[in-house]
Design a protein around this ligand. Structure first.
Ligand SMILES: [Zn+2]
Length: 345
């Protein structure tokens, strides 16, 4: 995504950053806060390029050696700390290690940049360690902190940061973006933006528009969505629901535990659509399944949809608390297929 594209989102945050770049008065620390899908990390790289660009303008030229190295994530003076895999906190040892790295002179940057992702997940010790660095900042170094909940940070850290708020993207913004810049059909763009809860990164992944370095197995999301929705259609229609199909689907889903969150996201749109269909059919998300919803609507009582949706949330809750995937899904699909007794005459 180019800098220009990103500026379409979060106009205010970007204009603040550009103002800082123009004045060339760079604070020691900035805090980018807001929900996860606001592309604040990309904004941080935009800023890092801006303060280190060799060009004449205040904004990154994207052509010079410095800009290119930052874009390719090869710049030796742009540092990044994130949550270690499988861990829930950023620890003091990560901060100490960073402190050591930046205690020596920068290699080539005009201003060295230290990014701390999920800064609100630093434990107490780590926060105290960072505070020390902020109190006596190394020469020509700027700290960029990203946080979803800024109040988890020590007030003494907060007071040392220039705070920039990143607003969450809306479903409409994401859908418009996909249509405008990636030629995605508006109907599909809407489906993906709703399913991903306006998470642009995920939407691009689902549509195979952005690859993730290091992930070998890309899944054909469009096909998979079709398969899940077709399965749910069968299981929710009293004339086609059967327990065996439910258990087969459960078994298949169980084979790809890494995809379970995305599967649940698709399932939620299905049950939400069932509810919406009864009131304003034209507003459903999965318009390509319109006839299916119409069909189910004739066969199942409206109250049942609430029951299903609440069971789906219960299923999600169980899966989050690490319940056995197969058993949890079996239970859910059994509940769906047992609805025959509640169907309309
Ligand atoms: Zn440049």
């Amino acid at each position: 995504m180019s800098d220009f594209d990103q500026i379409q989102f979060n106009t205010r945050a970007f204009s603040e950053l550009r103002a800082v770049l123009r004045t060339k008065r760079i604070p020691n620390a900035l805090l980018f806060y807001g929900r996860a899908n606001t592309r604040r990390k990309e904004a941080a790289f935009f800023f890092a390029k801006g303060i280190n660009c060799h060009g004449q303008e205040s904004e990154p030229c994207n052509q010079c050696r410095s800009c290119k190295k930052i874009d390719e994530r090869l710049h030796p003076d742009i540092h990044y700390i994130g949550l270690p895999e499988g861990k829930k906190n950023i620890t003091i040892s990560q901060i100490r290690q960073m402190g050591q790295t930046i205690s020596i002179k920068a290699n080539e940057a005009k201003v060295r940049v230290v990014m701390i992702d999920d800064a609100d997940l630093m434990n107490q010790q780590a926060q105290n360690g960072l505070l020390k660095l902020l109190e006596e900042p190394p020469d020509r170094t700027v700290f960029l902190l990203f946080a979803q909940k800024k109040n988890r940070l020590l007030p003494t850290i907060l007071s040392r940061c220039r705070k920039i708020r990143f607003r969450p993207l809306t479903e409409k913004m994401v859908a418009d973006y996909l249509t405008r810049f990636h030629d995605v059909d508006p109907g599909l763009a809407h489906i993906v933006s709703v399913t991903t809860n306006a998470d642009l990164k995920k939407a691009l992944l689902f549509l195979d528009k952005e690859s993730v370095p290091g992930s070998a197995d890309s899944v054909d999301w469009i096909k998979r969505r079709q398969w899940i929705l077709t399965g749910l259609s069968r299981l929710t229609r009293p004339d086609t629901a059967d327990i065996r199909t439910g258990l087969e689907i459960s078994q298949k889903l169980n084979m790809t535990p890494g995809l379970i969150d995305d599967t649940l996201a698709v399932m939620k749109t299905f049950f939400r659509d069932l509810l919406v269909f009864g009131v304003s059919p034209e507003k459903i998300v999965n318009l390509d399944f319109y006839d299916t919803f119409a069909d189910i609507n004739c066969q199942v009582e409206y109250e049942t949809y609430f029951k299903w949706l609440s069971e789906l949330f219960e299923t999600e809750k169980r899966l989050i608390s690490n319940a056995n995937i197969r058993l949890t899904l079996d239970r859910f699909f059994l509940i769906l297929t047992c609805n025959k007794g509640n169907s309309m005459p």
